[in-house]
Design a protein around this ligand. Structure first.
Ligand SMILES: Nc1ncnc2c1ncn2[C@@H]1O[C@H](COP(=O)(O)OP(=O)(O)O)[C@@H](O)[C@H]1O
Ligand SMILES: [Mg+2]
Length: 509
């Protein structure tokens, strides 16, 4: 054998071996799809002898059909056309088991570039396919978990561009954060400077460990520029020790804060009410104790007076004793009124009527001479269920304070209106007086708090108002105050006729 021939036979030998040792079952076809050869892997898989196979069309063996497969399914036509490899993914059923095959068709070209043969190999990709499907399912599941969370969830890449936002996030921020062509960054979601601050805290060890931010209160910015208080947790996502993204979870705090404020207000009112109640009890007790000795003092002073001769100089002194005792009696009477130990009789009244009548009682006094009185009494049904005498006291106290604050000169406005939805009636007493100093605001309803000079104020006016309003299921507050004047606001429940309020006086009339 010549050297060249030996080389050639060697080469043919290893080429056949390569073909045979291919780990995929493989066929060699002619361009007309006739089977020329198959490797041993193929013969084993399909349990067939080579000579049974050679000469058959590929479709005859694989599908028991003389018709070639449709072009859409069989890539051979395309291989012949563009002389490039093509493949097709096929789901097959082998012994009742679902498998996935990647069938790869590669051309073997002649020296002038025509397709002489086609290699068709069968690769089992069931494992990859199954993994792919599991991955997809896991992804879908995770997506659902994220989407269904009632907390807003966001993720952004290291440059701050947003990658993910769940529905709750879009609700909270008020727009579809992701769909906007990726132009929104995390900086847009916070008031200026906040995003950086959060990133800084995230990288610190102190706030929950490096890369983690434990529950933190902060503020976010919605699409219309509203700042919303939220509670957030955040973390940096690392991959192989490198920062790749950040994620954050937000919970809207507005509702919680509103409830907290209500609770705080309710507690403040309770404290005030308790202070008033205990002082009222104390006052009532003291008044009772003093009443008896006072009666004694007056009785004996009168006796002594009667026994003295008309020109006795001691008569004048005894006159002072009796006069001062009378003043003491008056103070005691006021204290008892303050502690409100009289019984109340609540009835349904129109609030405007009480306002008019209360004003009529006092407006002839000298102090009103230079006061303009403006009434803005709304013209709707504003029935309230209150004790008229007590409520007259409320209005008189507020009005007298207003007039005092204006030093007798200015405009006094009495305003009534209602909020039907909230079922409330409002009464406002507004003055153009000196206003209340900030440091006194929390004290004006306290018993005995007064800024008036001794002898002019008792400091009991507003605390009486407070107690009465509360007894009538209402609220009183300083709506506004400043150097140009003060507005006190009383709110009362709007009486609803359908409501079954027990009112014996009403059924008689
Ligand atoms: N309309 C008002 N404008 C400014 N200050 C007021 C007004 N009403 C009440 N105040 C302040 O609240 C204090 C307490 O009022 P009040 O309880 O009625 O007691 P008094 O009128 O006897 O001082 C007043 O001394 C005054 O400092
Ligand atoms: Mg007063």
């Amino acid at each position: 054998m010549s050297h060249d021939l030996k080389k050639l036979s060697d080469e043919i030998d290893w080429r056949i071996r390569v073909f045979d040792s291919l780990s995929f079952p493989t066929l060699i076809l002619k361009a007309d799809r006739e089977i020329v050869s198959a490797n041993s892997n193929f013969l084993e898989k399909f349990d067939v002898e080579l000579d049974e196979l050679v000469g058959l069309k590929c479709c005859e063996f694989l599908y028991y059909s003389d018709l070639p497969c449709p072009i859409s399914v069989c890539p051979i036509t395309r291989v012949i056309e563009d002389r490039k490899g093509h493949s097709i993914l096929k789901q097959v059923n082998i012994n009742g088991e679902e498998r996935w095959e990647d069938r790869v068709f590669s051309p073997i070209l002649t020296d002038d570039g025509e397709v002489a043969y086609i290699i068709q190999s069968f690769r089992d990709v069931t494992r990859v396919k199954t993994l792919e499907r599991t991955l997809k399912e896991t992804e879908n599941f995770l997506e659902k978990v994220v989407q269904s969370s009632p907390s807003a969830i966001l993720a952004a890449d290291t440059t701050g561009h947003l990658l993910l936002a769940n529905e709750a996030a879009e609700d909270l921020f008020g727009y579809s954060i992701i769909q906007d062509g990726g132009t929104i960054t995390s900086e847009d979601l916070y008031p200026p400077g906040k995003a950086r601050e959060i990133m800084r805290m995230l990288r610190e060890e102190s706030a929950g460990g490096r890369g983690k931010l434990a529950n933190t209160k902060t503020t976010i910015l919605t699409s219309d520029g509203t700042e919303i208080p939220v509670e957030m947790t955040a973390s940096i996502i690392y991959e192989g020790g490198k920062e790749v993204a950040t994620m954050a979870i937000y919970n809207d705090l507005r509702e919680k804060m509103a409830v907290e404020k209500q609770l705080r207000d309710a507690r403040d009112q309770l404290v005030q009410a308790e202070k008033l109640a205990s002082l009222g009890q104390l006052a009532a007790g003291v008044a009772h104790e003093i009443n008896n000795p006072l009666t004694g003092i007056m009785f004996y002073a009168n006796l002594a007076l009667e026994s003295l001769a008309p020109d006795n100089p001691l008569r004048e002194d005894l006159g002072y004793v009796i006069e001062d005792s009378l003043r003491c009696k008056e103070i005691v009477k006021n204290l008892l009124a303050y502690s409100r130990q009289q019984s109340t009789s609540k009835m349904v009244h129109h609030i405007n009527e009480i306002v008019d009548k209360s004003l009529a009682l006092i407006r002839d006094q000298k102090v009103f001479r230079e006061v303009q009185i403006s009434k803005e009494l709304q013209d709707s049904m504003m029935m309230v269920y209150v004790d008229r005498m007590q409520f007259t006291q409320v209005i008189i106290n507020l009005v007298m304070n207003a007039v005092a604050a204006m030093d007798g000169k200015g405009t006094l406005t009495l305003r009534t209106y209602r909020d039907k939805n909230a079922q409330k009636v409002f009464l406002e007493v507004e003055d153009t007086g000196c206003g209340i100093l900030k440091e006194n605001l929390s004290k004006v309803f306290d018993p005995f708090f007064t800024t008036k000079e001794p002898g002019k104020g008792t400091g009991l006016g507003l605390s009486t108002v407070y107690g009465i309003v509360q007894d009538n299921a209402g609220l009183v507050s300083v709506k506004s105050t400043g150097p140009t004047g003060t507005t006190f606001m009383v709110e009362l429940p709007l009486f609803q006729p359908s409501e079954n309020t027990l009112n014996p006086n009403e059924s008689n009339s």
